[in-house]
Design a protein around this ligand. Structure first.
Ligand code: ADP
Ligand code: 5GP
Length: 205
């Protein structure tokens, strides 16, 4: 069977909705799915590993890379800078791998304009639930949590521009929906250019 092209799966949500939780599960189930490890000027949270969760940079180094065209997209989010390294993304797509992005709405808009992709917006069941999750995660101080909650309505206002909405109410149910989107999007003809020929004429020698 002919191999298909890599899919770009972009996931956005207000902080605390459950992006990391759901994307970790998807990556564990689908090893073909590569992850775009972003650069950030934010300090590491307990348990985060440099190079795995993020590439942690200071402001000067981030700006240097930004000016050198290192990022496929970048944005300032909740007072820190975040960006997607261009080369690592190109390498994964060239190898035919799918790539998962956990990025903010500004970065998603930039990627959609330059490279397309499938864009999923995760919704919290309510703003009260979002607050409870941010408090429950206990990874940020009060001021950081307040800032993230204050930014949520503006992020939610961008949801109409997305291809799919998934409410992360019950975790298992939300995961099933995300999984369904990922599997279905990989079946698009545009990602399978050699498939019909292979069916009609047999596989290329
Ligand atoms: P994000 O990456 O969007 O900022 P996280 O994945 O870190 O969010 O999730 C924030 C908190 O909410 C975590 O403590 C996580 O365990 C919890 N959480 C995620 N999904 C659910 C859910 N469906 N129901 C209840 N709690 C959840
Ligand atoms: P956190 O600090 O909670 O890890 O992430 C804060 C926000 O930054 C989240 O909305 C996350 O999706 C976003 N983010 C992470 N990496 C990138 C990136 O490379 N580019 C952009 N534009 N946003 C990012």
């Amino acid at each position: 069977m002919s191999s298909r092209l890599g899919l770009m799966l972009v996931i956005c949500a207000p902080s605390g909705t459950g992006k990391s939780t759901l994307t970790a599960r998807l990556r564990a189930e689908f090893p073909r799915l590569g992850y775009s490890v972003s650069c950030t000027t934010r300090a590491p949270r307990p348990g985060e590993v440099d190079g795995r969760d993020y590439h942690f940079l200071d402001q000067a180094e981030f700006l240097r890379r930004r000016e050198a065209g290192f990022f496929a997209e970048w944005a300032e989010v909740h007072g820190n800078c975040y960006g997607t390294p261009r080369q690592a993304l190109a390498d994964m797509l060239a190898a035919g791998r799918d790539v998962l992005f956990d990025i903010d709405v500004q970065g998603a808009a930039q990627l959609r304009a330059s490279m397309g992709g499938c864009h999923v917006f995760l919704l919290p069941p309510s703003l009260a639930a979002l607050r409870a999750r941010l408090l429950g995660r206990a990874s940020d101080d009060q001021a950081v949590i307040q800032k993230r909650l204050a930014n949520a309505p503006g992020e939610l206002a961008c949801a109409p521009g997305f291809d799919y909405w998934i409410v992360n109410d019950d975790l298992d149910a939300a995961y099933d929906r995300l999984r369904a989107v990922y599997v279905a999007e990989g079946l698009r003809p545009a990602l399978n250019p050699g498939l019909l020929d292979a069916v009609v004429h047999g596989p290329a020698a």
